[in-house]
Design a protein around this ligand. Structure first.
Ligand code: ATP
Ligand code: MG
Length: 288
């Protein structure tokens, strides 16, 4: 026991690379982890444990790891005494109910009396209860998508991102049970000692700054002085934009931090209002 905060990350899977990439963006020095069960972060009081994603909630609950990164789907399904500390914005996917292309499923009530194969019985049963539907749930640990063609189930309920697996198995997604993304979880059973709490709050500050920066861009442009009011009215800025004088005294430079997804919606209006030399730059880190 070295007093370091212990973070559990999926050992080999869809969340591994993005989890490590996020930690590297947080300024953590992480070596090549291949095939290792445990690595310390070079410049931060944290050790990374590589585990199967299914085991992470329980390990965090019991204090084997202090915190962990898992899909919200696993977090919900495992029903452990853990809580979400932060949603991480990657590993996005949906839990869907899907049916064979040949059968018809129009209304959610059409699920009544059907047999559904899934690896997520807890989440599915709570969805069925909420919708007041009686259906038989069969739990399978993997390859759920082949259950209808084997005659094991009428429908499936599984995690989907692109929909390719469904298509390959001649299935169609019909009802969304919920949207998932990677989350950072912590125990609600074990409280951390003061030293670890401090490391965790430092890590959370860094994670939040990286996530805010990922969702923001730095917008720069030149405008005619006369358009200033119009332009500042268009910019969905987080704070008041920066306005700078230019050598040409009829012109100004305007800089602002904007939500990344708003850029294309405003670019035409900016041009119409007289903006030129519009630049959009990525932001590495942002502390609000
Ligand atoms: P492990 O060996 O650790 O148990 P696994 O095979 O159960 O791994 P992966 O397929 O690597 O799990 O998926 C890990 C997580 O990635 C899922 O729980 C889910 O949150 C997320 N995810 C994102 N897109 C998809 C997808 N298309 N299919 C499955 N999971 C996805
Ligand atoms: Mg798993």
């Amino acid at each position: 026991m070295n007093g370091n905060l212990k973070l559990a990350v999926q050992s080999k899977g869809r969340l591994t690379d993005k989890s490590l990439e996020l930690l590297k963006h947080c300024g953590l020095d992480i070596e090549d982890y291949s095939e290792r069960l445990f690595i310390p972060a070079g410049n931060f009081s944290m050790d990374i444990l590589f585990l199967r994603d299914d085991d992470i909630p329980e390990y965090v609950q019991d204090g084997v790891a202090d915190i962990g990164i898992v899909g919200e789907n696993i977090f919900l399904e495992k029903q452990t005494q853990t809580k979400i500390l932060e949603k991480l914005g990657f590993g996005r996917c949906s839990l869907l109910i899907a049916h064979p292309e040949k059968t018809k499923l129009k209304d959610v009530k059409d699920i009544e009396g059907k047999t559904i194969a899934t690896s997520y019985p807890v989440i599915l049963k709570s969805f069925l209860k909420k919708e007041k539907i009686n259906a038989k749930v069969i739990e399978l640990s993997g390859s759920v998508e082949i259950a209808p063609s084997l005659g094991v189930a009428d429908l499936i309920c599984d995690i989907v991102s692109s929909g390719n697996t469904l298509m390959q198995n001649k299935l169609k997604g019909s009802f969304k049970v919920f949207d998932s993304q990677a989350v950072l979880i912590g125990s609600v059973k074990n409280s951390l000692p003061e030293t670890k709490r401090k490391i965790l709050s430092d890590l959370l500050l860094r994670i939040r700054s990286v996530l805010t920066a990922r969702n923001s861009k730095y917008l720069m442009m030149n405008i005619p002085k006369s358009s200033l009011n119009k332009i500042t009215g268009i910019i969905p800025s987080l704070k008041s934009p920066t306005v700078l004088n230019l050598a040409d005294d009829k012109m100004l430079a305007v800089h602002a931090v904007i939500p990344s997804d708003k850029f294309w919606a405003i670019v035409d209006d900016l041009k119409t209002a007289g903006a030129s030399g519009i630049l959009l730059l990525p932001i590495e880190n942002m502390i609000l």
